[in-house]
Write a protein that binds this ligand. Structure first.
Ligand code: NAD
Length: 299
């Protein structure tokens, strides 16, 4: 088994490194920022400790390379998690393609860029794919895949599923892929509700986490409406409540992030966070996610 290269070792790269090591892969990591390279092992160790509460670790090695080409030269897979800038990704993917073995798959974590734009200068375009994780990627199961070669996608599917991931494939590329578009649509309306004075930030979040989000951990939006139709399922739902959905869709808000709207959001979140720091909120989230993952294992 060859190495797995992790290129860009910020929030996402560190989490990929932890997950890969936990599953017994040897990781070759590279980041142009020497500080990021230096503190990577300690950041990864914290994430691995979380993973060890879910399943025993197989513990591969973490090697921090001094150059990009040293990291990718012996890699089977390359997971690129550099900043979300098209110019930077174009240059980086081209450089990875030149230095990596011919059979290696090059996967970008991009949240919103199009693969076809990013691989503009790559010679072996078919081996490049989007493998978009969800933050925090060592815990969240979802990986959204897009690529042009079905054989490469099949290999990637096997690779990510062996890491415990649930993969979904896009049939066409789309900025924001699937889940971030759904998130953007929902957040647009949530911001609209704040901006138009319908409810406070905290109450809107409470409406989500104590309402639909509880169901969404087990059934998605389509299946949820299937059950909303009672014994008649989605067919009955569409006949009975389809028109009221269409009235709501026609009434959804558009919003701009003006200075006033930003201030309303910042002030609302300050109240909702109630003195909890980002680190406190991350720890709270991760404890809950770990419990939820254990619960899903028993379903
Ligand atoms: N943050 C999220 O919630 C999230 C979720 C899913 C996907 N992503 C995607 O993952 C990627 C990384 O995001 P992040 O949040 O980890 O960013 P980050 O800022 O935490 O980390 C980016 C890292 O890339 C390094 N870097 C800078 N230039 C580089 C180069 N030329 N080559 C290699 N590395 C370079 C930086 O030093 C930094 O350590 C982005 O494409 C983003 O869209 C982010």
């Amino acid at each position: 088994m060859g190495d797995i290269a992790v290129i860009g070792c910020g929030l996402i790269g560190a989490a990929w490194s932890a997950l890969l090591q936990h599953h017994g892969h040897n990781v070759q990591a590279f980041d142009p920022d020497a500080l990021r390279r230096a503190d990577l092992p300690s950041r990864v160790a914290k994430l691995k400790a979380q993973l060890a509460t879910l399943a025993p670790a197989e513990s591969g090695a973490l090697l921090v390379a001094d150059t990009l080409s040293a990291a990718v030269t012996n890699a089977d897979y390359i997971l690129e998690s550099a900043p979300e800038r098209l110019d930077l990704k174009i240059d980086l993917l081209r450089a990875i393609d030149v230095a990596a073995p011919a059979e290696a798959i090059i996967a970008t974590s991009t949240s919103s860029l199009l693969l076809s734009d990013m691989v503009r200068d790559v010679r072996h375009k078919a081996r490049c794919i989007v493998a978009h994780p969800f933050n925090p990627p060592h815990l969240m199961p979802l990986v959204e895949l897009f690529g042009t070669d079905p054989g490469v996608l099949d290999r990637a599917d096997i690779f990510f599923r062996a890491l415990g991931k649930v993969t979904v494939r896009l049939k066409k590329e789309m900025p924001g892929h699937i889940a971030n578009r759904l998130g953007a649509a929902l957040w647009q309306e949530a911001v609209h509700l704040v901006a138009s004075g319908v409810a406070d930030v905290g109450d809107i979040d409470a409406a989500l986490i104590h309402g639909p989000a509880m169901r969404w951990a087990i059934q998605g939006t389509h299946l949820t409406y299937h059950l909303g139709g009672g014994p008649g399922g989605i067919r009955h739902y569409l006949d009975h409540l389809g028109p009221s959905q269409e009235r709501r869709w026609a009434n959804l808000g558009k919003v701009e992030l003006t200075a006033d709207v930003k201030n309303m959001l910042i002030a609302g979140i300050e109240i909702e966070a109630a003195g909890r720091s980002i680190a406190d909120l991350e720890a709270e989230r991760d404890r809950f996610l770990i419990d939820l993952l254990k619960l899903r294992d028993h379903l």
